[in-house]
Write a protein that binds this ligand. Sequence first.
Ligand code: CA
Length: 261
Amino acid sequence: MDRVCATGTNRKLTARLHSCYLHRIGARQSKITPMKILIVEDEPKTGDYLKQGLVEAGFVVDLVRDGHDGLHQALTESYELAILDVMLPGLDGWSVLAGIRKAGKETPVLFLSARDQVDDRVKGLELGADDYLVKPFAFSELLARVRTLLRRGAKSSAAEFLRAADLELDLLRRRVSRAGKRIDLTAKEFALLELLLRRQGEVLPRSLIASQVWDMNFDSDTNVIEVAMRRLRAKLDDNFEPKLIRTVRGMGYVLENPDCA
Ligand code: CA
């Protein structure tokens, strides 16, 4: 394999290595950045209890006890989720939500309320709340709902492109190009490439590829993976440099940008 990094010493290479480094640092930081949650709850006991539980679960939590402060926080800070009580001093929870949506913010909102009338739920959901939990509730249930909402939010705001070197995969348009040239892939090849790109630099065992892309067990027919992988490499790597997909004998496959390895 042609390893530019091992031999080159020019400035261009240094710049490229630097950008690889920054790319990695960025990836690492985005992985460990804790999720931020805003709680707007005027009952001291409930607010403190929620805050403590969510902090223990690994979130960064801001707690405010009044509707005006809640709206101000939601608009000036960036949160992955807001938990709003309905009955609040200043502004009620619905007005806080309306203010958030009016400002064009898509922050997921979970309502908490002692009132369990159907009308209240409908009103909250019509205003753009994402979920509704009636007091009293178990903290474990709140935590489960919070995690579901965060997962949903993360998916919708996820990156639209995956890249390695001059290879680009457009998740929305379902298109792949290398060095600006369009490459046509079958649905399975696309799924395979998406998996390789998402786990860039990681050696993926055949068993994992089989379960993730083909939804089948390792034992059923591993030849399918090899054939698909050969076709994918022919399309992506045969006419381009550097080669991005590698077989790691006895272990599996890895996609990596050799310039960054
Ligand atoms: Ca209240």
